[in-house]
Unconditional design. Sequence first.
Length: 333
Amino acid sequence: MKRYITASLSGILTKISVISPLTIRTLTISVFAVMAFSGHMHAQAPTLPPTNLGLANVFDGIAGKPGFLYQGYVQAFQTRGIYDQYGNKAATDLKINSLVTLHQFICLSKVKALGGNLGFTVIVPVAQVSASSINTGAPAANPKVWGDIITGVAVQWSDRKLFGKAFSHRTELDVSIPTGAFNDAYAINPSAHLYSFGMYHAFTLLVNKQLSVSARNQFNYNTRIIDSKAQPGTFYNGNYSVDYTILPGLKVEAAAYYLHQFNQDRYDGHSNYYATQYGITDTRERVLGYGPGVAYFLPGGGLMELKVFSETAAKNRPAGWRPTLRVAIPLTR
């Protein structure tokens, strides 16, 4: 039986969201699944565009007072292995590593909608990706670094109650616009070269003065890749965390994220195309990441959060290590 590991490399994209002075909202990045067989690379099923994998965890559902906020993210990815449709590690030394910075500008307004505050956001990603392989040769990467701009609109509900505990939550719609660098001469590009729509709900429940629980659940739809008949499937991604205060302003956390693709990738509208043409009977991606983290609340309402994720349970994509730093700086008081 032929062993495949997809070699369609979309690029680096991100999801965004709104947050406020005390919390930092979404975005994520992921690197592509690459597959090799018989020592050759073949373009096959498209990979999912990157999404929010552990970029924001602590106090994810909380927003501060209306105003403007800058958020910066730095996320690295180092491949540990590449996994096929059965979750088996491929016999390849191919490594795809990335370093991504994201610059997010947020406005939480005083305008009311559905009982909450309207919020708006825009994110500009900058991504550097490298690929290496001694035995099979590495796919070429576009040297340009500009990723696709993402815009979002949200409704934030603050200072609510759930089970008698303080509860804040938000619903947001994000749109990724294919404005980044793309050249089909390269296998890896900063732009995913498609439109992607994501809607999520995030919440934070303050159990007591020391303990809080946060989660985000997001659903995503992708259009066809521009000038192509290939279309990545719809998928879910979620972030989860439990944190505990150990010193004034300092929290430790247990954090995780999960990605699961619902339906098969399509080609010209056909979901069985990759099974028929390449023998990939299941093109759906999956990965689970988990790890420890710390968060520190800066004087003036800022926030720093540092985490290190280890990935497991991967299918049709690489798995590895994902160190992540986020910094939120309020621009208005």
